[in-house]
Design a protein around this ligand. Structure first.
Ligand code: HEM
Ligand SMILES: *[C@@H]1O[C@H](CO)[C@@H](O)[C@H](O)[C@H]1NC(C)=O
Ligand SMILES: *[C@@H]1O[C@H](CO)[C@@H](O)[C@H](O)[C@H]1NC(C)=O
Ligand SMILES: *[C@@H]1O[C@H](CO)[C@@H](O)[C@H](O)[C@H]1NC(C)=O
Ligand SMILES: *[C@@H]1O[C@H](CO)[C@@H](O)[C@H](O)[C@H]1NC(C)=O
Ligand SMILES: *[C@@H]1O[C@H](CO)[C@@H](O)[C@H](O)[C@H]1NC(C)=O
Ligand SMILES: *[C@@H]1O[C@H](CO)[C@@H](O)[C@H](O)[C@H]1NC(C)=O
Ligand SMILES: CC(=O)N[C@H]1CO[C@H](CO)[C@@H](O)[C@@H]1O
Length: 354
């Protein structure tokens, strides 16, 4: 832990020196076609300080709490997979019912990620006026979470607007992939978002940073141990989660938990992937060659990850005159524009496991 935080800090220093060259390197790389309404220079003239504000603020935050980088990356993924990248996951529940945040997967989203997005929105709106959406800020935070922990830099198309409704608990559950799913299911989950097998494997590399609660993998330890698990790794997990109801936390990437690199794929090759949905990428013949190629070549992984992150960031975006620019990422601008989708039973939300 100590040595990886030390290398993380030096990584931050190195990345600030390399910032300029990184940007020019990645701008030459292939990028997916842009969705109508989004562009790379959307805020270039009306809010030129946007990207520097976010990067410098996050650089400072991560130097004392790099875990929140993982939190920010995951919030963007959840936002995009449920009802498109429209900032809906950021909405707090209202009297009419809890929001997407109250669906089971949210229970493990880091609260500090939401606070930071709101703080950034405040700074940006003070500087430029209320013209940048919470959804755009979230997409930029995810990019910087990847870059500032050692991953690739890439440009994010902008111009998203914020949605005025959040998804129901059932919609949230139906759209987010499940940690117990195997590859054929994951492929079809991603296909519904217009993401292909290469995107699935590259984006799963998001598990290069961050942590998980026991609940998401104890099914592989009890009542019988998943034979796919490498023995030392399984023994360690059993120490973190001694029973099927333990509440421990463990890193998603056992080798370099705080550094965004390709070691997640090396883990899979060594049968040290944490979730069934991770390890099956190596077990399954369709995805295995892609896993091996990323384990052997970090540049290749970074190139594909950047491409797939941009693709994911454009899923069903709200653009043009639809939606709004929220002045508080946690609430719609006017309560009257709110169309309640359903009143959700809170108890249900707590008992289901994601
Ligand atoms: C392939 C389907 C996916 C499944 C089944 C999945 C599932 C999960 C689960 C169960 C957790 C841990 C929750 C807990 O604390 O128990 C988690 C954490 C995380 N996921 Fe995923 N995920 C998937 C894809 C992604 C993608 C595409 C990204 C981003 C590119 C991502 C980024 C993260 C991050 C960064 C964390 C750590 C969060 C933190 O430390 O706060 N995941 N994921
Ligand atoms: C976008 O939204 C429409 C309508 O809600 C839905 O039918 C479609 O599947 C969504 N597309 C993606 C890629 O999520
Ligand atoms: C298991 O835990 C030990 C002690 O914390 C650690 O040194 C080792 O790297 C871990 N191995 C795996 C595969 O998790
Ligand atoms: C945990 O294990 C016990 C004993 O095998 C079982 O009765 C119980 O349903 C399990 N609980 C969970 C949450 O899986
Ligand atoms: C992978 O392919 C081989 C032969 O091509 C087959 O024997 C094996 O069952 C396949 N494994 C899986 C998990 O699909
Ligand atoms: C690794 O991937 C990069 C990027 O695609 C490629 O240019 C390079 O040739 C690959 N390296 C090896 C050793 O295959
Ligand atoms: C933003 O909205 C949330 C949720 O309604 C509320 O709790 C919070 O006080 C609001 N923040 C500001 C600064 O108004
Ligand atoms: C981070 C976050 O907003 N978590 C919320 C998830 O849902 C529960 C239950 O509604 C809330 O209590 C949490 O605040």
């Amino acid at each position: 832990m100590t040595s990886s935080s030390a290398s993380f800090i030096s990584l931050l220093l190195v990345s600030s020196f390399l910032l300029g060259s990184h940007l020019s390197l990645t701008s030459a790389q292939a990028t997916p076609p842009l969705v109508a309404g989004l562009s790379y220079n959307f805020h270039a003239t009306n809010c030129p300080s946007l990207e520097t504000t976010i990067r410098e603020y996050l650089r400072e935050i991560f130097s004392s709490d790099f875990g929140v980088a993982a939190g920010l990356l995951r919030v963007h993924f959840h936002d995009c997979f449920v009802q498109g990248c429209d900032g809906s996951v950021l909405l707090a529940g209202s009297a009419s019912g809890p929001g997407e945040q109250a669906a089971p997967p949210n229970l493990t989203l880091r609260p500090r990620a939401f606070v930071i997005i709101n703080e950034l929105r405040n700074r940006i709106h003070r500087a430029c006026g209320a013209i940048v959406s919470c959804a755009d800020i979230t997409a930029l935070c995810a990019r910087d979470a990847v870059f500032l922990t050692g991953g690739p830099d890439y440009r994010v198309p902008l111009g998203r607007r914020d949605g005025v409704t959040f998804a129901t608990r059932d919609d949230t559950l139906a759209n987010l992939p499940f940690f117990g799913s195997r590859v054929p299911t994951l492929i079809s989950d991603f296909a519904r978002k217009n993401l292909d097998v290469t995107d699935l494997v590259a984006l799963s590399g998001g598990h290069s940073i961050g942590r998980s609660n026991c609940g998401s993998f104890v099914g592989r330890l009890y009542p019988t141990r998943d034979p796919t698990l490498e023995t030392n790794f399984a023994n360690n997990l059993t120490r973190v989660c001694p029973t099927n109801t333990s509440s421990g936390l463990t890193a998603l990437d056992v080798r370099t938990p705080n550094i965004f690199d390709n070691q997640y794929f090396v883990n899979l090759v060594n049968r040290q992937g944490l979730f069934v949905s991770d390890q099956d990428l190596f077990t399954d013949n369709t995805t295995r060659p892609i896993v091996v190629s990323y384990a052997n070549n970090q540049s290749l992984f970074f190139q594909r990850l950047a491409f797939s992150m941009i693709k994911m960031s454009m899923i069903n975006v709200t653009t043009g005159t639809r939606g709004e620019i929220r002045t508080n990422c946690s609430a719609r601008n006017t309560a009257t524009s709110y169309l309640s989708t359903a009143v959700i039973d809170e108890e249900q939300g707590k008992s289901a496991s994601y």
